[in-house]
Structures are given as structure tokens and as C-alpha cells.
Design a protein around this ligand. Structure first.
Ligand code: TRP
Length: 335
């Protein structure tokens, strides 16, 4: 089959986004834009999933999860992920991920997992819900990646410790069972750092008031920008942190770098009118999101098409995942 020939020569890419809430500008600029770039690069075969199994290790509502899984798929498609070029699937539809992860777990120590920074952060955030799945998170992630023998993983720097675990598992499995897992690397996308609207840290799903959703209307974007804390609009020194710095960064991301420099000059001379800056910025953001939202509305009407994409992609993913799992089970003496 044509597809299999390509599979052998092209490098594989796998990435995923959790389905804990609707996607925001941070996901879009940081992850989805990178996924799109790789999808269009003929050297890569791309697999993009909704990491729903990674979404249930913190408190959640089943009815919300169900909706959010669909939302992420729709956002992927609306943003331009193309099922004729990328395999777009839902993690839990490929149960082989879980099975392989258990086999990997035999090669990882509990102590190693306990020391991962992401685990430590999560147990601080949810001290009453320190569950086994949280500790197991990187084991499953290693399986997500290695089950497709992916070489490149477009993710943010916060995921680097998980990639280190993935490489370690690959090495150990290869040594012990004569397997041929690649040791995957982070694919650094041009994904920008998108600052929080609160002026502190980065835009994040878990910080209320910090983000603009991909689905926000022009009005909602305006309202959210209106709440960004500012100052008098004038001073000797350009603020490098806080709300004003976030606004400048967003101007650069959605308008132009020249525009940002202009505002900076105004800041140290006549002063900035934030109402004007914010209204122009809202318009620029909406200009980029509007077409995505339009496609999304179309897709929402076409449930059959979306269901079909999910089913067909799952078949393709399962086929590859099943082959890897079988190979590992054979080598481990289970088959
Ligand atoms: N852990 C990733 C995150 O929180 C999501 C994820 C799960 C993932 N499995 C993956 C990312 C495999 C890349 C590859 O963003």
C-alpha cells in the first residue's frame, strides 16, 4: 500500500492536547500552529490525538469531558488539521496505548516517577486527589509516543521531563528485548510564549481570567482585554512584566512588531490610550480566529463527517499500534 511505503521513509510525529477545557490562544500558537507546520512538511507523517486518558487524573465531570473531547477534535479540524494528511484520533479509542504502557511500567521505578516536576506540581494543586493515574501519567505518555515509533514530539518545554522518561523506556526496552524504538526528541515549534491576560506567567487553562478561547466572540475578546490591568500609559521605563507587557506581547503576536515598537515609543512620550490599543488588538485577534470559528460552525453541522474522521483515523492508528504491541509482547515472552 502507498501509505506503508511512506510510513517507512517519513519520520513520525505524535502530539496531543488534553481535553480538560476548551482550547485557548496558548494552545493555538504554541501547539496547533506547530502541528500544522509539520503536517504540511512532506518529511513527516503526523499523528495528532486528543489526550482524553490524560484528562481524567485530576477531578473532572464526565459530561464536561465528553463535550471537551469533541471540542478539541473540532478545534483541530477548524484550525486546519487535515484528516487526509494527519491521523487525528482520540487516545482512548486506541486501548493498545494502555496495554503497552503497562509493559513499559515494568522498566520504570516508582522513585523515578515520584521525582518528576509535573507530578510534584499536580499533587500540590490537588492535595486531596493524589491518585495512581497521576503517577502513571508519564508512563502512558511514553506509550502514546512509542507505540507509533514517533521520532519527533512537538510539545512545550514543560513536557521535557516526560520525554526524558520516554527516551529512557525506549533505551531499556531496546536493550532488554531487542526492540527498535527510536529515542524521540522534542520538536521545537515556532510556538510563541503567550503571556497571561492577568499579567502573571503564561496563558493557562487552569488560571481563570488568563486566557482567550479559540471560540471567543469579538465581544468576549474585547471584554477579556478590557480586564487586563494597565497603568497610566506613560512612564520612563517600558514595563517588562504585568498586564502592559502582556498587551505588548499580544500586539506583536497578532499585529506587527513595528506596531509594538510604536506603542513603546508612545509610552515614553505622549502616553498610550489603552482603550484604543485594546480595541485594535481585539480586532486583530478576531481577524485570525473568525475564519476558524466559521469553519467550526460548518463542522458542527456535519456530525457525520466528524464522526467519520474520528473512526477512520482510529482504524489507522489502531492498526499501527496493534503491530507495535504484538511485537513487544512477542519479545517479552507473552505471545
Ligand atoms: N502531557 C501532554 C500535555 O499535558 C499531553 C500529552 C499526552 C502528550 N500524551 C502525549 C503530548 C504524547 C505529546 C505526546 O500537554
Amino acid at each position: 500500500m502507498k501509505d506503508n511505503i511512506r510510513t517507512n521513509t517519513r519520520k513520525r510525529v505524535l502530539s496531543g492536547i488534553r481535553a480538560n477545557s476548551r482550547l485557548h490562544l496558548g494552545n493555538y500558537l504554541g501547539a496547533i500552529k506547530g502541528m500544522l507546520a509539520l503536517q504540511e512538511n512532506p518529511d513527516f507523517e503526523t499523528f495528532y490525538m486528543v489526550a482524553d486518558l490524560h484528562s481524567i487524573n485530576v477531578p473532572y465531570k464526565p459530561e464536561d469531558l465528553k463535550k471537551n473531547i469533541r471540542h478539541v477534535v473540532l478545534d483541530y479540524l477548524a484550525a486546519g488539521l487535515d484528516p487526509s494528511k494527519s491521523t487525528i484520533f482520540v487516545q482512548s479509542h486506541i486501548p493498545e496505548h494502555i496495554e503497552l504502557s503497562y509493559l513499559f511500567a515494568t522498566e520504570l521505578t516508582v522513585a523515578r516517577m515520584l521525582h518528576l516536576p509535573t507530578y510534584k506540581e499536580k499533587i500540590k494543586q490537588y492535595p486531596d486527589d493524589v491518585n495512581m493515574a497521576l503517577l502513571y501519567y508519564p508512563v502512558l505518555m511514553a506509550s502514546d509516543i512509542l507505540i507509533y515509533k514517533a521520532n519527533a514530539v512537538p510539545v512545550g518545554d514543560d513536557q521535557l521531563p516526560h520525554l526524558e522518561v520516554t527516551r529512557e523506556v525506549a533505551r531499556k526496552m531496546n536493550e532488554k528485548y531487542e526492540l527498535d524504538f527510536p529515542e524521540p526528541d522534542q520538536f521545537k515549534t515556532e510556538g510563541h510564549y503567550v503571556p497571561s491576560l492577568t499579567g502573571e506567567g503564561k496563558m493557562s487553562k487552569s488560571v481563570e481570567g488568563s486566557y482567550i478561547l479559540l471560540s471567543d466572540t469579538q465581544n468576549e475578546i474585547r471584554e477579556k482585554l478590557a480586564k487586563v490591568p494597565t497603568d497610566s500609559g506613560r512612564g520612563d521605563k517600558i514595563p517588562e512584566t504585568g498586564g502592559v507587557a502582556s498587551l505588548f506581547a499580544l500586539v506583536e503576536l497578532f499585529e506587527t512588531i513595528e506596531k509594538k515598537e510604536d506603542y513603546k515609543k508612545q509610552y515614553t512620550s505622549d502616553g498610550i490610550k489603552y482603550s484604543e490599543l485594546k480595541s485594535e488588538l481585539a480586532e486583530a485577534i478576531y481577524k485570525e480566529l473568525g475564519p476558524i470559528q466559521k469553519r467550526r460552525t460548518e463542522l458542527e453541522k456535519d456530525e457525520f463527517y466528524v464522526d467519520n474522521v474520528i473512526q477512520e483515523s482510529a482504524k489507522k492508528a489502531r492498526d499501527i499500534a496493534g503491530q507495535t504491541l504484538k511485537e513487544v509482547k512477542e519479545k517479552m515472552g507473552l505471545l
